[in-house]
Design a protein around this ligand. Structure first.
Ligand SMILES: Nc1ncnc2c1ncn2[C@@H]1O[C@H](COP(=O)(O)OP(=O)(O)OP(=O)(O)O)[C@@H](O)[C@H]1O
Ligand SMILES: [Mg+2]
Length: 806
């Protein structure tokens, strides 16, 4: 294969003098136009192969049309890491790079003017729903961590993204990057791809099990420690740091990670030089200034950073996690105690990875051992090229028998086969709707033909048959709730919902075609799809909206039921409609992301419920001991978190009162904002136009965590809820007030300095705001209808009342 001179030039600039053996093998065997599966160990340099192929395809030398590459990752964090590294590598060579991960129903078409677009799998799925034409411009698609196909819910999305792209553009080149897996051959056959498999790793990784002051390695060798330290993690940490290395420890829960990090400081403190101590203080200080509001967790982490130690888990915000990763890379942090979220694909300079606890808890299955492939991902963070001459991954065993088990199952174990998860009823409805909405299939026969192209069909060696289509019943439109009716029948049918997930155990007995048939009947009966002449399938306006909003069809059905109950209960003067009504209603959507509820939360939640009982659309008799209310408490807790958030409760207090991390709050809020926005867009379809504006403003309040009266102020660039409140208190209540204000007066306000004020004034002068605020005449209606604290009333003193809720 001809490698363009530019590429050699590039490798030279990067300081890469030669390619690794598996890289050479891959580039030799790959041919332009061919698909490739690269299943080689962690750290073996898969990204570089993908980069070179993307660039060769983009430059498309000798041909007129320049190619375009899409790089897919399973995680936002990985997407940003790749985006920055591609930018560093390629911009000076005249290539343009961009990335996109959020906002599912908004696609910026300019994205597709770039040469390389980095995206999450979910974002690619949403682009395929709204703009399949844009996807047709892609000539090369790289799928990082393609073994994600095995994931119970997200695997389905990836599988259908690949199936759709191949159907849309049969000539597109697919480059799949995978960890070592057992059935890579099968995956390659499905994609009609060249398979490159290799066990070679550039940096030697020794894997072993620790028990009683000794690591037993897979190769039979041993390492015995004489330090008089009883705790295995502390002992291994001391040994690594004394030898000049860094440690990444994986623990099964956030709490364990935080406790371990605290213990690590005792080990590391005596080993720090005066100079490093001084530098660490600076790092800790920078961390505190990262976010405008810090949770107790963040304060705790800042305290640890002073000793070169950190914890890392999803309770931290994205910026905080990135901070920790970057400083670990720069060797300012010597040890991290993390949950397994740090595992996939990320480059870390750990000389030693220590793993304690290979179990994971799920509501449905209890404590279960994690798959071998996940262990290999964690182990693979050690010994990365450019950082260390070797790496070690050590699992901590509880006793000699456990040590033998771990050695057999994990260290010497073979990663599992990747199997398609398409036969998952909870996911199919949404994906079938998306497939119909984007015009991929136009009849039942085409549905079957499309799904016959899937990995599921390939792997199960089955040709889906066409069961006779039974006519679906259409849901009647008339109101369905009468006075005194039991609302519980509208309680959702839960699938997999976020952190509080009950994994629906999928019966594999039902055939895929039967599940598709049921899913289609559901979509027709709910008027999301209609069956026309000769069985033609067409998406309705409602179906189109749901598909573009990227919500589950069941969430829309839930919302329609909510609106009907609301109108019935309003007619009977039986409900006080407030923000709480809608926050609770959207918390019940199957798409919502629910918090964990501890027993100790329940009293407070019952009190919160009683204080607002007439505002809930679906009230319940509630007692802390109620055991049949498995989901009601998490929904209520989410509603309480969101309610306090939009009442400007400081993040720190919210986090400590409700035992949630800042990262969790962001996720709850982001999801709620998306679902409230979805509800607003769906209102006209259900003939409820009254609350559209109110919901729009509620979404803005969720985004910025502010009261109704601050909505217009937070629409100004550089103003969030903290500065907004300061302005409001000082008498500047609208953007006009701020425009007219004296610069000198503004500069005197806390958190405002000359630089900020100049930026604020400049952006106001352009008239460009962060968000569009719905017109003012509807504001009154919003306040009256949707807010329990109407405008004009003195806002309740933040503090006493809200704290009393819990
Ligand atoms: N030929 C090479 N010479 C020197 N360094 C290289 C070479 N190829 C890749 N690297 C470096 O090796 C490191 C690991 O590469 P990369 O992240 O692509 O691994 P990977 O195979 O994707 O691993 P994982 O499965 O963990 O994601 C990177 O820092 C990369 O810059
Ligand atoms: Mg990788």
């Amino acid at each position: 294969m001809d490698i363009p001179p530019l590429i050699w030039n590039y490798l030279h600039t990067l300081g890469i003098s030669e390619l690794y053996a598996p890289q050479v093998k891959a580039l030799r065997e790959w041919m332009p136009g061919k698909n490739l599966i690269l299943a080689i160990p962690t750290a073996a340099g898969k990204t570089l192969v993908a980069e070179l192929i993307m660039v060769i395809t983009i430059l498309n030398q000798g041909n007129e049309r320049r190619g375009k590459a899409l790089y897919l990752t399973p995680l936002k964090a990985l997407a940003t890491e790749k985006y920055h590294s591609f930018k560093d590598h390629w911009v000076s060579f005249g290539l343009t790079i961009t990335f996109s991960t959020g906002d599912f129903d908004h696609i910026d078409q300019a994205l597709f003017s770039h040469d390389i677009i980095v995206m999450t799998n979910e974002k690619a799925d949403s682009v395929l729903r709204t703009h399949p034409d844009l996807m047709q411009r892609i000539t090369c698609i790289v799928v990082d961590e393609i073994h994600l196909l095995n994931d119970e819910t997200r695997g389905v999305t990836l599988e259908l993204v690949l199936t759709k792209i191949r159907k849309l553009t049969p000539t597109v080149q697919i480059i799949g990057l995978s960890a070592t897996i057992n059935n890579a051959g099968e995956l390659a056959s499905w994609l009609d791809a060249i398979l490159i498999q290799d066990e070679w790793r550039p940096v030697k990784l020794k894997e072993g099990v620790f028990y009683d002051h000794k690591i037993a390695f897979a190769d039979g060798s041993e390492k015995i420690f004489t330090y008089p330290i009883a705790d295995p993690m502390e002992l291994l940490l001391k040994d690594t740091v004394k030898g000049g290395g860094q440690v990444l420890a994986f623990l099964s829960t956030r709490r364990n990670a935080m406790v371990a990090a605290k213990k690590f400081t005792h080990v590391i403190e005596p080993l720090l030089s005066e100079e490093i101590r001084h530098h660490s203080l600076q790092v800790a200080n920078d961390f505190e200034n990262l976010e405008t509001e810090n949770s107790p967790q963040a304060h705790q982490l800042a305290g640890l950073l002073q000793f070169g130690v950190a914890f890392h888990h999803a309770g931290l915000t994205y910026a905080q996690r990135t901070f920790v990763e970057n400083h670990f890379r720069q060797r300012n942090i010597l040890a991290i105690a993390a949950t397994p979220t740090l595992a996939a694909g990320i480059n870390t300079p750990a000389r030693r990875v220590i793993i304690k606890g290979l179990e994971r808890f799920s509501m449905a299955k209890g404590n279960q051992e994690i798959p071998v492939i996940e262990y290999k991902q964690m182990a693979g963070r050690a010994g990365r090229p450019g950082f260390d001459p070797y790496g070690e991954a050590v699992i901590i065993a509880r006793n000699p028998t456990h040590s033998d088990e771990l050695m057999e199952k994990y260290v010497r174990g073979t990663p599992e086969d990747i199997t398609s998860k398409l036969n998952n009823e909870a996911e199919l409805k949404s994906h079938l709707l998306g497939t119909i909405a984007s015009g991929f299939v136009r009849s039942w026969e085409e549905v079957i033909a499309f799904f016959n192209l899937s990995f599921f069909s390939f792997q199960n060696k089955m040709n889906l048959k066409q069961p006779t289509r039974k006519k679906a019943k259409i849901t009647k439109d008339e109101s369905i709730v009468s006075s005194g009716e039991d609302y519980s029948k509208y309680v959702r049918n839960y699938g997999d919902v976020g952190s509080y997930s009950i994994q629906k155990v999928v019966s594999r007995e039902k055939k895929l075609e039967e599940r598709l048939h049921d899913a289609l009947s559901y979509l027709i009966s709910e008027k999301m799809v209609q069956e026309g002449e000769g069985g033609a399938l067409e998406v309705t306006l409602l179906g189109q909206k749901i598909s573009q909003l990227y919500i589950k069809p069941e969430s829309a059905v839930e919302f329609r039921a909510t609106l009907r109950v609301i109108s019935q209960r309003r007619a009977m003067h039986d409900i006080k409609l407030t923000t709480i009504s809608f926050l609770h209603a959207t918390s019940r959507f199957p798409d919502s992301y629910l918090p964990y509820v501890a027993e100790t939360d329940k009293d407070g939640l019952c009190k919160f419920f009683q204080d607002h009982a007439n505002e809930f659309v679906f009230p319940r008799k509630l007692r802390p001991t109620s055991s049949d209310l498995e989901y009601y408490f998490p929904e209520l807790k989410l509603c309480a978190i969101l309610f306090r958030w939009i009442r400007e409760t400081p993040e720190e207090r919210l986090a400590s009162d409700l035992n949630v991390g800042s990262g969790d709050i962001r996720r709850f809020v982001e999801t709620a904002e998306w679902l409230v926005h979805a509800a607003e867009v769906l209102c006209p379809s259900f003939h409820f136009t009254k609350w559209e504006t109110g919901l729009k403003r509620l979404a803005i309040r969720l985004k910025y965590g502010c009261s109704e009266e601050l909505v217009s102020l937070v629409s100004i660039y550089n103003i969030g809820r903290v500065r907004g409140r300061i302005l409001f208190k000082a008498g500047y209540k609208t953007p006009d007030d701020v425009s007219r204000a004296n610069d000198a007066d503004l500069i005197k306000l806390p958190t405002f300095g000359p630089e900020i004020v100049t930026r604020i004034k400049q952006s106001l002068a352009t008239g460009i705001m962060k968000i569009h605020i719905p017109r003012s005449e509807s504001k009154l209606q919003t306040s009256n209808e949707l807010d329990s604290n109407p405008r004009g009333k003195k806002p309740k003193k933040r503090g006493g009342t809200e704290r009393a809720l819990f």
